[in-house]
Design a protein around this ligand. Structure first.
Ligand code: COA
Ligand code: AMP
Length: 633
């Protein structure tokens, strides 16, 4: 009988055999010459010489196999009061037609298509249409501000941008079009055209000659066929937060990505064609790319796309309503969503109103899952709750409990064991492997398995510096943690300036850049502090310039508004304190980690290299005034 350990060991011993077999489940326009080219730079590449089309495998392949009448995508939008279903045939036809629209606008293989859309089916249609043409899409999350959008336009240089007139948050309409216009006005690379989906809640004004109405363009477009591309050609670029304000353009290839997606659906999530799979995330994040759009469709499942929140749209029973209405077998979301539900419905009274017998498993990822939340979900649902760990860079789980292979015991707080292809090691600062139980830097020995990033968009150098240079031959995950005696991984914290707010990955460095741009700020630090709902929240500490014009509350309000305006509401930056000095090492490095520990009221040690220990008392006071560091508030 297959067991996890045997399969895992084989994947490391014989990656070519393992992934070569997995790839047979897909249709290739031309078979690969090499499963793995170990000589490729900067990292080994998968399915070299193969030709492939991701959209063909996600849609046309299933229609041809007789799955045309099955639902491919169900859209449920409590914020707009709408629901819509697409069968595989209907989705294929819509996608082919929108691919025709893009082709009519000059989009060819290798061109970039930027997608800035809320959670509407047209976002998935635009992604798949781009894939159909062999173009490269780059989806930007709707909660980012115009400046973040502009940075991504400048880097990806899209020929066409696809957007919508508005998004809908429970408390407001988010007008996308003015943000888009502002972003385009500020960049040197101008897209040739923008295709705009007009939503009735807030139609947008159009710019003659540049902007095209989605519905009008679709009415006259000719459907376009799939264009085979090299398996190693990029399918998409997804920008993610790094240590600076310049996000990293994570590149995903076509062939390896599809192989890993399909493998994961069967072996991790234990779903098959015809099952209903729901990732309650957003297409702007990697979870949305992998598990709202590509993996469920590659596997012939029905995917649910939900434009709403876990609470407030209209109540904490929203998730249970969707699961029972559509027969969802697997729900995948972030622990934050469950913390939000637990807060409003601690006894599970809403949950008890729905028949959830269709549901087999809950998968959680995106942030560390606290054992309390896991325990609550297990108890209320009475179903397995599986934490799994991954990153934008990998596109699928590095560690999980592979339910489709073997159900391993769950250890709350651990995302279980490494998945095939991931040779995970825990290293000390010198690169020596650490024994079980000892915390260190988590790395993955090369080659990385299929779907993991081969580079950053047009920036091999940054890719090498960010991920490969620290420990030669290994990929640096940026997470710290340990492996226990049973081989389970424990992911404890980031080792860089990335924080995780409501499952959203954000850069404190980017927020510091915004604060530092204020004329009254001499220097600043942004740290992540523990939050019972969102996991972490950013908190700013600023030192004023001599002769600063503003101070106190007025300045803090202005700084909060500045971060919202430049990065976006999703940053959830709402707390800032003015301090006289920041604690530093003798070499001038700001002691952010120590401040974060003080804020969280956890044990901390006086750094041996600290320049002036007295500053920490001042910082503790400032943090207390904001309700942290053991404050009684
Ligand atoms: N477009 C525009 N604005 C958006 C947005 C979008 N797509 N998504 C979020 N925002 C805004 C919110 O309206 C909020 O604005 P506000 O400051 O005016 O209230 C702000 O960004 C912060 O959003 P968020 O952190 O999501 O907080 P919230 O209070 O709106 O909701 C939760 C809290 C827990 C319900 C919500 O975070 C959630 O559902 N999380 C699930 C986790 C998830 O999907 N993670 C993705 C990775 S798996
Ligand atoms: P993102 O790239 O947005 O998916 O964020 C990836 C980061 O989120 C990881 O590097 C971790 O720091 C964190 N993360 C994701 N899933 C988990 C998990 N299950 N447990 C702990 N941390 C996680």
């Amino acid at each position: 009988m297959d067991c996890y350990q045997e399969i895992y060991e084989r994947s490391l011993r014989d990656p070519e055999g393992f992934w070569g077999e997995a790839a047979q489940a897909l249709e290739w326009h031309k078979p690969w010459e090499q499963v793995l080219d170990r000589t490729a730079k900067p990292v080994p590449r998968w399915f070299v010489g193969g030709e492939f089309n991701t959209c063909h495998n996600a849609l046309d392949r299933h229609v041809a196999a007789g799955r045309g009448d099955q639902d491919a995508l169900i859209w449920d939008s409590p914020v707009s009061g709408s629901k819509r279903r697409y069968t595989y045939t209907q989705l294929r036809d819509e996608v082919a037609r929108f691919a025709g629209v893009l082709r009519g606008l000059g989009v060819e293989k290798g061109d970039r298509v930027l997608i800035y859309m809320p959670m509407v089916p047209e976002a998935a249609i635009a992604m798949l249409a781009s894939a159909r043409l062999g173009a490269i899409h780059s989806v930007v999350f709707g909660g980012f501000a115009a400046r973040e959008l502009a940075t991504r336009i400048e880097d990806a240089e899209p020929k066409v941008i696809v957007s919508a007139s508005c998004g809908i948050e429970p408390n407001r309409i988010v007008e996308y079009k003015p943000l888009l216009d502002e972003a385009i006005a500020s960049v040197s690379h101008k897209p040739e055209h923008c295709v705009i989906l007009q939503r009735p809640q807030q139609p947008a004004s159009m710019i003659d000659g540049r902007d095209i109405d989605w519905a009008q363009a679709m009415a006259t477009a000719e459907p376009a066929d799939c264009v085979p591309v090299a398996a190693t050609d990029p399918l998409y670029i997804l920008y993610t937060s790094g240590t600076t304000g310049q996000p990293k353009g994570v590149v995903r290839d076509n062939g390896g990505h599809a192989v890993a997606m399909l493998w994961s659906m069967h072996n991790i999530y234990d779903v098959r064609a015809g099952d209903v799979f729901w990732a309650a995330s957003d297409v702007g994040w990697v979870v949305g790319h992998s598990y709202i759009v590509y993996a469920p469709l590659l596997a012939g499942c029905t995917t649910v796309m939900y434009e709403g929140k876990p609470v407030g749209t209209p109540d904490p029973g929203a998730f249970w309503r969707v699961i029972s209405e559509y027969g969802v077998k697997v729900l995948f979301t972030a622990p934050t969503a469950f913390r939000a539900i637990k807060k409003e419905d601690p006894e599970g009274e809403y949950l008890a109103q729905y028949d959830l017998s269709c549901m087999h498993t809950l998968f959680l990822a995106g942030e560390r899952c606290d054992p309390d939340t896991l325990g609550w979900a297990q108890e209320k649902l009475g179903k397995p709750v599986i934490d799994h760990w991954w990153q934008t860079e990998t596109g699928w789980a590095i560690a999980a409990n592979p339910l489709g292979i073997e159900v391993l015991p769950v250890k709350p707080g651990s995302p279980s064991v490494p998945m095939p292809g991931y040779d995970v090691r825990i290293l000390d600062e010198q690169g020596e492997e650490l024994p079980a139980g000892e915390m260190g830097n988590i790395v993955i020995r090369l080659p990385l398995p299929p779907s993991c990033l081969p580079t950053l968009w047009r920036n091999d150098q940054r890719f090498i510096e960010s991920y490969l240079a620290r420990y030669p031959g290994c990929y640096l995950t940026g997470d710290a943690g340990y492996r226990d005696e049973d081989g389970y991984l424990w992911i404890m914290s980031r080792t860089d300036d990335v924080i995780n707010v409501a499952g959203h990955r954000l850069s404190t460095g980017a927020m510091e850049e915004v604060l530092a741009s204020h004329p009254d700020v001499a220097e600043c630090a942004v740290i992540g502090v523990a939050d019972a709902l969102k996991g972490q929240l950013p908190l700013g500490l600023v030192v004023l310039k001599a002769g600063a014009q503003k101070a106190g509350e007025a300045l803090c309000t202005e700084l909060v508004a500045l971060v919202r305006e430049r990065i976006g509401p999703v940053a959830a930056f709402k707390q800032v304190a003015v301090v006289a000095r920041l604690p530093k090492t003798r070499s001038g490095k700001i002691l952010r980690g120590t401040m974060a520990k003080i804020a969280d009221g956890v044990e901390w040690r006086m750094p041996a290299t600290i320049d002036d220990p007295a500053i920490l008392d001042e910082i503790t006071e400032a943090l207390r005034s904001l309700g942290y560091a053991g404050s009684s508030e």
